[in-house]
Every structure is written in C-alpha cells, then in structure tokens.
Design a protein around this ligand. Structure first.
Ligand SMILES: [Zn+2]
Length: 263
C-alpha cells in the first residue's frame, strides 16, 4: 500500500478552447479564455520506496522561450525544491515512472541520476526521433536545446506491465504515441495517474444529445486512440476521485487542501 502526495511544479498558460475541449463539444462548455493549468507530479511512498510519477516542468524562462509563453514556474516550484520542502532529497527517489516524455513531465532529470526510469518503449522511440511538429514537445536537438532524457537509460515497457508490487501501468495512447496511465494501490483503492489523457474532469462527461460517451479534449495526437483510452480509463477507475490528471484545474484545490491520498 502506498500514499500519494500531489505536488505542483508550475503552471501552463492554456487556451480552454484549444486544449481542454474539442471543437465539437464547445457549445456544451465554457471554452472562452485561458487558464493557468497546474503541472502536477505525484510522489508515491510505501514499502520503503519513494517513487515519482513524472518530474514536472522547466523554469519560466525556458517554458516561455520554447513552449507556452505565459507559463510560470514560481520560485520554489521546481521538483527538487518541492521535494526539499517536504523533507526529501532527490537522491532518495528510487524510481521515476513517466506517463510520457513531453517537456512538462520530464524536467530536472539530472537531479535523479540514480533513479530507475520507466516509460513505454514506443514513447521513448518517438521522443528520440519525433516528427518536426513535436520537436518542441520533446525538446528535440533541432530546436537548439538538449532533451532532459538525453544519455539516460530507461526501462522500456511494452504494454500493460506490473512495475513493482502495487504499481502498474497500462497504455493510454492518444495524447502521445506511447502515453501510459500509472495505477497505484492505496488504502483508498487504486488511483489512476492518467497524465495528459484528459485535461479536465469534464473530458469524462457524456453528452447524450450527440451520443458522446466522453467529451474529448482539444489537444491530441490521435483522436481515435485518445477516445478509446478515455473510455477505458472510465471503465477501469472505480470513480472520478480515483483519477488524477496532470493538468486538471481541480488539482490546485487538492494540493491546497494538503491531503495525502491513501494516508
Ligand atoms: Zn502535459
């Protein structure tokens, strides 16, 4: 059994209409304007182990220059500072399980030189050689910077895998090629850390009027994969509360509440 400590590493300035909601569902939601979405990572502790799910985003300058202008990593929000605030040194982290390798999920990997790294094999292969449309997302060297994962070796997973007792992953492609959801066993039940599969809990909502069993997000690589992955997430997770998306606005309230899940 594990506990899950949600941690925010910064905020990305995001258009609601472009990211959160597919244009076909715009009339059912408030899609105007921008939101500062949290970039959440999860510290998982139990059985003498400390594991991170993703490592979060870069500093403000790099985020603005290469990614989303207006994004912010406030002072003290980098993953190494956030861990220090709760009394943990980066060197104590045994493993990092990545939902995917986009820039806002992999920063400061050099602070974790001894950690075992886990990712889906097809995500890793695409990250090394993305199509130009995704050069920025993976910080492909053609844009003039090096990706955080350069020179690191990963445990490359192929499909649904038990990583260790109480922690497993299953593929949830759609937002990226090899996106995966991480399932963590706790006293509350199994939490599904679903990365960027959904951006808001609204993406889980049915719209009976148009026979939609979900409300798809606006940003994806493959909408067919994304759709099936979201339906699968709804099927597997016991309730909405057991789903933990990286960027859902509600994660701010969860972090502010100080709640440790499964404690
Ligand atoms: Zn993301």
């Amino acid at each position: 059994m594990y506990t899950i400590h949600p941690i925010i590493t910064g905020f990305t300035h995001t258009s609601k209409g472009t990211y959160l909601y597919h244009h076909s569902v715009h009339k059912y939601f408030d899609c105007d304007g921008f939101l500062d979405l949290p970039v959440t990572v999860f510290l998982v502790q139990g059985g003498g182990r400390k594991i991170l799910i993703d490592t979060g985003m870069s500093d403000t300058e790099r985020a603005g220059k290469y990614h989303h202008p207006g994004s912010k990593q406030p002072e003290g929000f980098a993953i190494y500072d956030q861990l220090k605030k709760i009394g943990i040194e980066c060197g104590e982290i045994d493993a990092v399980v990545f939902t995917h390798l986009h820039w806002d999920h992999v920063y400061y990997l050099d602070h974790f030189p001894g950690a075992d790294l886990y990712v889906q094999k097809n995500e890793y292969e695409f990250a090394l050689n993305p199509i130009p449309l995704y050069h920025k997302s993976y910080e492909y060297p053609a844009i003039g910077i090096k990706p955080q994962f350069e020179g690191r070796s990963f445990n490359l997973l192929e499909g649904e895998t038990k990583i260790m007792d109480g922690i497993s992953v299953y593929p949830s492609p759609g937002h990226s090629v090899g996106h995966q959801t991480v399932v963590v066993k706790t006293r509350d039940g199994d939490y599904h850390c679903c990365g960027d599969l959904i951006f808001t809990y609204d993406n889980l909502r049915e719209i009976p009027e148009i026979a939609y069993d979900i409300s798809p997000p606006g940003r994806f690589l493959d909408i067919v994969d994304a759709w099936h992955s979201i339906v699968e997430l709804k099927k597997r997770a016991a309730s909405r509360e057991m789903i933990l998306p990286t960027h859902a606005p509600e994660m701010k309230d969860l972090v502010n509440s100080g709640r440790i899940l499964g404690a």
